[in-house]
Ligand binder design. Structure first.
Ligand SMILES: [Zn+2]
Length: 251
């Protein structure tokens, strides 16, 4: 893929984020790895729905601009933390999916074992601690979690996904919002039916059989799902996650 292809991919991903209401106004940012210590990223203050290939910026591994007219996005330090932790990934998308964001505002976890296709693709969707947007706090908040998953929520701010390319990261972002929409509907209807242990194990096998790339964060079954907590069972959850990752050989 040429650099021009990657620029076109970022612009198309931006258009789709905007068209699908996953970002508003000039929110969100997208980046891809160009090579060792070189990244292509979206400029700050520009709507991701209307970008041209020449609007994009090349930055180094410290977040300094190497070429391009605009300013490097203020969230780029968060992207860099994701690239540092995930050498297997080449793209990062950050957006503000409104329904998924609503779950973090309410303090409700998106990590329930509910949707089969979400479980075997991105897994449970954990929530990183609150960090002030557009500051280096974001990098600190996501660093631990992004090692274990490809898709996470940023408390009361938005969501971040990593992918083998920009579209892979976009599709994971779409899945987050889609999962939130389905869960919200179930909650409005009054009943969330979670999948149980044997069903979840079968899904992990499906994931293996299809060779799904990336890392899926273990979802949280009913046994450990306090009704409206973003951190179900607190310390217990960490133990479950680490044990599940060990069993899956991903730790
Ligand atoms: Zn943001």
């Amino acid at each position: 893929m040429t650099e021009l292809d990657l620029r076109k991919a970022i612009c198309e991903v931006g258009r789709r984020l905007y068209a699908k209401n996953l970002v508003a106004a000039t929110d969100g940012n997208i980046s891809v790895r160009l090579g060792p210590g070189r990244f292509l990223c979206t400029p700050s203050g520009v709507s991701k729905g209307f970008m041209a290939v020449n609007d994009l910026i090349v930055a180094d591994a410290k977040g300094h601009k190497l070429s391009g007219d605009g300013k490097v996005t203020s969230e780029f330090t968060t992207h860099l933390a994701a690239y540092e932790e995930r050498p297997d990934m080449n793209a990062v998308v950050h957006a503000h999916p409104p329904k998924a964001l609503g779950f973090t505002i309410a303090g409700v976890s998106l990590s329930d074992c509910v949707l089969p296709e979400v479980i075997y693709t991105i897994g449970g969707i954990p929530t990183a601690d609150y960090a002030t947007p557009a500051t280096p706090e974001g990098a600190v908040a996501i660093r631990e979690l992004i090692r274990k998953c490809d898709a996470l929520m940023m408390d009361r701010h938005g969501a971040l996904t990593v992918g083998v390319n920009a579209f892979d990261a976009l599709f994971k972002m779409e899945k987050i919002e889609h999962a939130a929409e389905s869960l919200l509907t179930a909650r409005l209807l009054g009943n969330v039916r979670r999948l149980e242990g044997p069903e979840i194990e079968k899904l992990y096998k499906v994931r293996e059989a299809y060779g799904v790339s990336g890392r899926a964060y273990p979802c949280v079954s009913e046994a450990c799902c306090a009704a409206a907590s973003a951190q179900p069972c607190d310390g217990e959850l960490d133990k479950i996650v680490d044990e599940t990752l060990r069993v899956l050989g991903k730790a």
